[in-house]
Design a protein around this ligand. Structure first.
Ligand SMILES: Cc1ncc(COP(=O)(O)O)c(C=O)c1O
Length: 418
């Protein structure tokens, strides 16, 4: 049994008061707070190492290399990848998807399928290369609740489809796509799938061998890890075939200048994709975040959050004047609820109220279009008005949700919804 109340003590931010008020942090879908164990690992790098990994051979460099390799191994094991060579360090989900868009060999006329529920990071990298490589981008629409029907993918896929880019769990509806069915469909058509796991990875057990996904993009900052570090998972045979993305030091076996020509020979993956000296502190911190998640267990985290998601949804759904984005059946969502309130101009006004005007608490949520403008437009919501979003993680409590509900009811009263 996990003692969830003890977990809160690991998060120094939660012990803070701002303007004498307690923090209620409901913005983990944007960024998760960091446990002490993660900041200790980062501090160890900066205070005890501070050296480059890989290039030099002295004791500090060797330890740095060992720790970053260990962190890569932890990620590989955590998602059950076949080899550490399938894990590429990047800055974040956005960079991971850009890497795939730019490095995969596309033939002229090939198609990429994506959806109207994507975070902008899941679609813009492909939109950018589309014209350059003369590709076609097809959009599958989610329902207004953010749910997909496999039939729509079956209708969209053709012999020319090379790749499906799909958000696994949406950061606005909280819905999870039927990824394994989409992967099977794609593979039956010799197409590949990249899964945006920014919102799935922090909350649920991932098994890339079981799902058979070809690529997965993750930001560690949403999973208790440091900022500026994430990873791309890719099947090794695909990574080997792909072009490098960013190039430079550490990506090559050799470079020669011969008869006025530059002749580089690139390393095998993952190194051919990791150009320049790396974010060693971030990678070591990412390893500590994986240790932390494993020490609790992803199944326990998912179970705990499923209960909290129910409490959150039930707390908000009956507030007069509220319009909840995403599924009405709470079983179809995980870890977040985005909403709009009648009689208030923008979601920012809701977020400001919760942050500034609640007695005793600073309630921190996200407001805006959450980098999902197309889905907001499809619901008839202007991105400038946006939606408010409360999102939970393993450190949140039922008590915090109750305080959010009371505060929103008070706001509702002030703006005349009751
Ligand atoms: C579903 C989803 N995809 C992609 C991203 C982009 O992540 P990052 O900004 O860390 O690259 C986010 C971030 O909010 C997200 O929620």
């Amino acid at each position: 049994m996990v003692d969830w109340s003890k977990i809160r003590a690991d998060f120094p931010t939660l012990q803070r008061k701002i303007d004498g008020k307690e923090i209620i942090y409901l913005d983990s879908a944007c960024m998760a707070l960091k446990p002490q164990q993660v900041t200790d690992a980062i501090t160890y790098y900066y205070t005890q190492l501070g050296a480059c990994g890989g290039r030099s051979i002295h004791a500090l460099a060797r330890e740095t290399t060992d720790l970053r390799n260990a962190a890569r191994e932890k990620i590989a094991k955590h998602i059950n990848s076949r080899s550490v060579n399938e894990i590429i360090w990047v800055r974040n989900t956005t960079e991971a998807i850009n890497l795939v868009a730019n490095s995969l060999h596309f033939e002229e006329g090939e198609e990429i399928i994506t959806t109207n529920l994507e975070h902008h990071s899941g679609v813009l990298p492909f939109h950018k290369i589309m014209k350059k490589k003369n590709l076609k981008l097809k959009i599958v629409d989610a329902s207004d609740e953010g749910l997909f029907s496999l039939e729509d993918f079956e209708k969209a896929i053709t012999k020319k489809t090379r790749l499906i880019s799909i958000v696994h769990t949406s950061n606005v509806s909280g819905t999870t796509a039927p990824l394994e069915d989409i992967i099977k469909l794609a593979h039956d058509h010799d197409a590949l799938v990249i899964s945006d796991d920014a919102q799935y990875f922090p909350h649920r057990k991932m098994d890339v061998q079981k799902s058979d996904v070809d690529f997965s993009a993750v930001s560690m900052h949403k999973a208790l890890g440091p900022t500026g570090v994430g990873f791309l998972y890719g099947k090794e045979y695909l990574l080997k075939e792909m072009d490098s993305f960013l190039v430079g030091g550490d990506t090559i076996k050799d470079v020669k200048y011969e008869h006025g020509e530059i002749i580089p020979t690139y390393l095998e993956p993952p190194h051919k994709f990791e150009a320049g000296l790396q974010n060693y502190a971030g990678e070591i911190g990412a390893g500590a975040a994986i240790d932390y998640l494993e020490s609790i267990g992803m199944e326990n985290i998912e179970k705990h959050e499923t209960l909290l998601t129910q409490k959150l949804f039930n707390a908000l759904k009956d507030i007069p004047g509220i319009e909840i984005i995403g599924p009405k059946n709470v079983k179809d969502r995980h870890s977040l609820v985005a909403f709009k309130l009648q009689n208030i101009d923008t979601a920012n006004d809701v977020a400001n109220y919760l942050d500034s005007d609640v007695d005793g608490y600073k309630i921190m949520i996200r407001a805006g279009a959450h980098c999902t403008n197309p889905f907001h437009y499809s619901l008839g919501i202007k991105p400038s008005e946006g939606t408010a979003r409360a999102s939970i993680y393993l450190y949140n409590t039922e008590e915090e949700i109750k305080i959010l509900k009371d505060a929103l009811q008070e706001l509702d009263h002030l703006i005349g919804n009751v």
